[in-house]
Design a protein around this ligand. Structure first.
Ligand code: SF4
Length: 874
């Protein structure tokens, strides 16, 4: 049903590629054969959701099971939401376009509190009641997991259950249990009881709430049966086959569009504001050999040109430098680059920068967090002024011209001196840059506001008032106003305030969320979409105030999230808070034999404590002989080159078709897809030289979004001899549906480049499509030409439209048999006439709602044997 309406929707929305699916490595199973259908829902737009590793891991884990089908759903952008509503259509999954309500289970990823309003949009468009208590047996179970689920209470009424911890560890087990129960005809309550009996699952409907007199906050009481408190599930080893290699490659650019290899989970540092260190505790690492092999296999299966080591604190991965060096020795010939997320300055070394810079220079971020060493001691940021400056020096000396710096304002005990410290530190880095690179470096400074987060030592502290935060932002901005190369980006304070409220909120906030959604709250994490007034009205409507959630809390008080155990004990958090107030540092887990925090009582310990700088002491864990075999295999995976090697570069012209839903990919998206397909197929394309080597591919003029192309052209250079039929067979295996290579030709040296050979293009309009038939009938009526033959009418209107546009000599004709209007336009640089505008004018349409096809190109000297694209009738 959805498939029948999809075209009509896609034509009218911005970035239709968000909704088409069919990406490389997407898993399309037969829904009729699945014993359990799971929708993995992400409450943000496709480009954000496709950057999230957690969903990719679950997608792979679930789809590996023959009885299960897992498909993806993302929040529709407001234009699509409105189109779905006006067409009366439900939200659907990307793979099989299944309406969301037809799934057995919906699993939401909760990453960020400001995505909560989008959960309601998804539920509403699915026809699923907002509140779990209103759902019957005919409605899928709705479960949530992810970092924000560590305080589930603000959204506890929306979900049937929450999963706490590492998804790979317990989610599959739960799904299989539910599947068995389903086969026996079990109802909703029985299934929820089964989940409540599983370690890591929280089922809110079984736990009564209790309002505390002292704080006014609502907390949860233990259920009559089931496990309590809720302990997170922990994956004991990252060296398992669970980490997916066949990652879905988004066809429109995602925010993080690369292979993200999670080489470590958890963080051994103990920054006191940081929730991630506690909820992802303990620190676990992937072995270097496994990491290298995984990276290579993922790159081979995706065709990505960039791999990133992903971890909360990359610099604490004990084998970082040798792993990066080993990997880059494999990846630099095929020009694949390595980037590192979140490197602490002390982790930056010349060996490492050499690896990062080997192919192309990726961004570098330094995160001082605070302006002075004193405040960094309070927050336990294991970093000092000297280390920051040394890292900046190394970065400039290694060739970086742009640095990203992250700071927070409103931190506990912050004074004016600390704010001045931010300004001074940035100025000092700029000065250093001037000295080293002889020009002012570009500094992108990100200034966010401190938010006390649950499960941290600062969870009991208050958040700074909005006006105070704004004053502090102004101070830093004005202190850096004269630094023209410094760009300051601040998080709007109302957004931070709302995040603060929902981070430490209780169950009462569920109704505020619904009220705000009804008042239009959507995509609240998007600056241009955020409406604080909708939220303020919602709070007022529910008789609540934001400030009730932002003040300090007593360490003795029960907290709304106390029933969720991160594995770090409250006594340790309190002791850490006290140390913070005394300005005392706590060493990282790597520096201590034991922190005595009892966190390790979670039952999972890192297999071996790894002291930084002492990695060689861990037997068999360094990339050595045992790893060499695996690394060799990895090299083989990446070097499966196709075609005979020759000693010089030659030019090829490739012809391909872009049809079906692939026409909703922009030109830029298409070029990424093709380049990645070349890599997947092992087809070596030559690269440009310089800091940012790119494939030597040039394209014919871009095809407009939504337009089909039957004989598109591109030209590339390669030092390989290709046999065209084999080339076509090979490359076509690595392309998405809708893109097909139809020809390959080696170009003679004397042949001019593609852009010099194209003199015109042939387009066609199908006269049989419903939209065109309707538009034509309306146009004929308005022109008093109802009885005129369609062909004759179109010819008359075309002549009039061309005359109005001042274009002469443009050929057009109607082929009655094919029921198509054809026309030839000069190559775009020689004419300003756009085919869509011309047809819109002919049909008298304000908004084009028809499909055009580019049939092909008219070339100056077409190669012998090649037919001209749709010649006009003689
Ligand atoms: S380094 Fe600090 S801020 Fe970063 S993840 Fe670790 S504990 Fe958190």
């Amino acid at each position: 049903m959805i498939k029948d309406h999809l075209e009509g929707l896609l034509r009218k929305v911005e970035r239709p590629g968000r909704y088409i699916g069919g990406e490389w490595n997407a898993v399309i199973k037969n829904p009729a054969r699945a014993k359990m259908k799971i929708a993995l829902a992400f409450p943000d737009v496709y480009e954000i959701g496709m950057s999230y590793l957690g969903q990719k891991i679950l997608y792979a884990v679930l789809n590996r099971h023959p009885d299960l089908l897992a498909e993806r759903v993302f929040a529709p952008w407001p234009d699509m939401e409105q189109r779905l509503r006006s067409a009366g259509l439900p939200i659907f999954s990307l793979e099989n376009k299944i309406p969301l309500r037809e799934f057995d289970l919906i699993g939401f990823s909760l990453l960020y509190e400001l995505n909560y309003s989008n959960i309601l949009t998804i539920l509403d468009l699915a026809g699923i009641p907002f509140f779990a208590r209103e759902r019957g047996n005919d409605v899928p179970l709705v479960i949530a997991g992810g970092p924000a689920a560590f305080n589930p209470e603000p959204v506890a009424d929306l979900f049937d259950a929450f999963f706490i911890g590492d998804g790979e560890e317990g989610f599959l087990e739960a799904v299989l249990k539910l599947q068995k129960l389903r086969q026996t005809g079990a109802g909703r309550e029985e299934m929820l009881r089964a989940l409540a009996a599983l370690h890591g699952f929280y089922v809110p409907c079984f736990s009564p709430t209790h309002r505390l007199q002292e704080t006014g906050l609502e907390v949860r009481l233990p259920p009559e049966q089931g496990l309590w408190p809720i302990r997170k599930r922990i994956l004991s080893s990252l060296d398992s086959g669970r980490f997916p290699e066949k990652i879905v490659v988004p066809d429109i650019e995602a925010v993080f569009d690369r292979v993200a290899l999670e080489i470590a989970r958890g963080c051994p540092q103990r920054c006191r504001f940081c929730q991630a260190t506690n909820i992802y505790f303990p620190f676990r690492i992937m072995s270097p050999e496994f990491a290298v092999a995984k990276a290579c296999r993922s790159l081979a299966s995706t065709g990505y040109e960039d791999v990133s080591f992903s971890a909360l604190s990359i610099g604490d991965y004990p084998f970082l430098e040798p792993t990066a060096a080993e990997l880059m020795s494999i990846l630099s010939p095929p020009k694949i680059s390595l980037s590192l997320s979140s490197l602490r300055p002390s982790g930056l070394s010349s060996g490492l920068t050499e690896s990062i810079l080997r192919v192309r220079k990726t961004g570098l971020t330094i995160v001082p967090e605070a302006g002075t060493d004193r405040l960094r001691a309070v927050i336990n940021k294991n970093l000092n002024h000297r280390e920051i400056m040394e890292a900046a020096r190394l970065a400039f000396e290694s060739g970086w011209r742009l640095l990203k710096l992250y700071f927070m304002i409103g931190l506990p005990t912050e004074t004016q001196v600390d704010l001045e410290g931010i300004v001074d530190l940035v100025r000092e880095i700029v000065e250093l840059g001037r000295t080293v690179i002889k020009m002012p470096p570009q500094i992108n400074l990100s200034l966010s506001s401190f938010i006390p987060k649950p499960h941290t030592p600062f969870q009991w502290l208050g958040m700074e008032r909005e006006d105070v935060l704004e004053e502090k932002q102004r101070f830093v901005r004005s202190g850096l106003r004269r630094q023209r190369s410094v760009r300051v980006k601040v998080q709007p304070t109302p957004v931070s305030i709302l995040e603060g409220v929902f981070s430490r909120g209780d169950r009462k906030l569920g109704s505020v969320l619904v009220q705000a959604w009804k008042r239009g709250a959507r995509f609240d994490s998007w600056r241009d979409r955020f409406s604080f007034s909708a939220w303020r009205e919602a709070f007022a409507a529910e008789g609540l105030e934001e400030k009730n959630y932002l003040g300090p809390l007593d360490t003795e008080a029960r907290l709304p999230w106390d029933h969720i155990e991160s594995g770090i004990h409250k006594e340790f958090l309190i002791a850490e808070l006290e140390r913070a107030m005394r300005g005392e540092r706590t060493p990282s887990c790597l520096e201590m034999s034991c922190l005595d925090c009892q966190g390790c009582a979670t039952g999972v310990r890192p297999k071996k404590r790894l002291a930084r700088g002492n990695e060689a002491a861990v037997p068999g864990r360094k990339i050595g002989r045992s790893g060499a075999a695996r690394t060799e295999r990895a090299e083989t995976i990446l070097s499966s080159a196709f075609g005979e090697k020759i000693d010089h570069l030659v030019r090829y012209e490739m012809i391909y078709a872009k049809t079906g839903t692939a026409r909703y990919l922009s030109h830029r998206d298409l070029t990424s897809h093709l380049k990645r397909a070349f890599r997947r197929a092992g087809i070596e394309i030559a690269f440009s030289t310089g800091f940012h080597p790119t494939m030597l591919v040039s394209y014919a003029p871009a095809l407009a979004l939504g337009m089909e192309g039957k004989a598109e052209r591109l030209e590339f250079k390669s030092a390989r001899e290709f046999d065209p039929p084999r080339f076509l067979r090979r490359l076509n295996r690595f392309l998405r549906q809708g893109i097909r290579i139809t020809g390959l030709r080696r170009l003679a040296d004397a042949e001019p480049p593609l852009n010099k050979r194209i003199v015109g293009m042939v387009f066609s309009l199908p006269l049989d499509s419903e939209e065109v038939k309707q538009a034509l009938a309306a146009r004929k009526k308005s022109q008093g030409a109802v009885s005129q033959d369609d062909g004759d009418f179109l010819r008359r209107e075309m002549e009039a439209a061309l005359e109005k546009a001042g274009e002469s000599g443009i050929q057009f004709w109607v082929e009655k048999k094919k029921r198509r209007l054809f026309f030839r336009l000069p190559e775009p640089s020689r004419s300003g006439l756009r085919p869509r505008d011309l047809v819109s004018s002919v049909l008298g349409l304000e908004e084009p709602n028809f499909d055009l096809t580019r049939e092909g190109f008219i070339l100056t000297n077409p190669p012998s044997g090649e037919k001209e694209a749709v010649p006009p009738p003689s």
